[in-house]
Design a protein around this ligand. Sequence first.
Ligand SMILES: Nc1ncnc2c1ncn2[C@@H]1O[C@H](COP(=O)(O)OP(=O)(O)OP(=O)(O)O)[C@@H](O)[C@H]1O
Length: 236
Amino acid sequence: MIQLKNVERSYKTGAGQTWVLRRIGLDIQPGEFITIMGPSGAGKSSLLNALALLDDQWAGEYWFKGEAVHDMKRKQRADIAKKHIGMVFQSYHLLDDLTVQENIDLPLSYKDIPKSERQSMVADTLDRFQIVAKKDLYPNQLSGGQQQLVGIARAVIHNPALLLADEPTGNLHSSQAKEIMELFKELNQQGTTIVQVTHSEVNASYGTRTLQMRDGWLVGDTSNPNLQFQGEAATR
Ligand SMILES: Nc1ncnc2c1ncn2[C@@H]1O[C@H](COP(=O)(O)OP(=O)(O)OP(=O)(O)O)[C@@H](O)[C@H]1O
């Protein structure tokens, strides 16, 4: 589904440059459930943002379903993201001036779906996430955990082919977190490709493959044991 070749990302800082992604090479097959782990600042969110096509300041090659994203204009990248990708953000990124149900409806508004069908999809999703009572509230009237649930609902409502999730259960109670992970498992079994960033071993155990990052390098990949050596050699 996705191939990254030599993807690099840096920020200009003061006199020099800070590297946050270093020569990332990655193949993601359809149907995988990948977990990205690593210490704080390792580049996990940066990699997810690049995969989500939110960040376009990287160098290298990014292939999505055989298409060369690195050669695309911003509008084409945005179209791919809207059509195929759902993203759960660490800090929710809900739109403050839209209600819960309007936030959840947003991904559907980008698709050619009749209004009545949209309304019933939103109603089903509110029900599934047990947030029907909150539907007319605005994000700032919700707790952090409730905002996180709305963010997850928004990411999955349009059945994206690729679901990217940055610490999706960070603000949830353990029982809610388990429900979300079970939902991800179900979506994955139905064919959704998932990439999650987490510090939780429990959440990681739902995945089928774990990547380790350190200082911007991919230093471990359970599906490619040889990478460990290359990554560690590269950081020396
Ligand atoms: N806008 C920015 N300007 C400069 N440096 C940045 C910027 N955004 C991120 N970085 C740096 O990129 C590095 C990687 O950050 P990133 O958020 O990807 O790490 P992470 O592994 O997701 O960490 P965490 O587990 O804490 O979320 C960090 O050193 C961070 O300081």
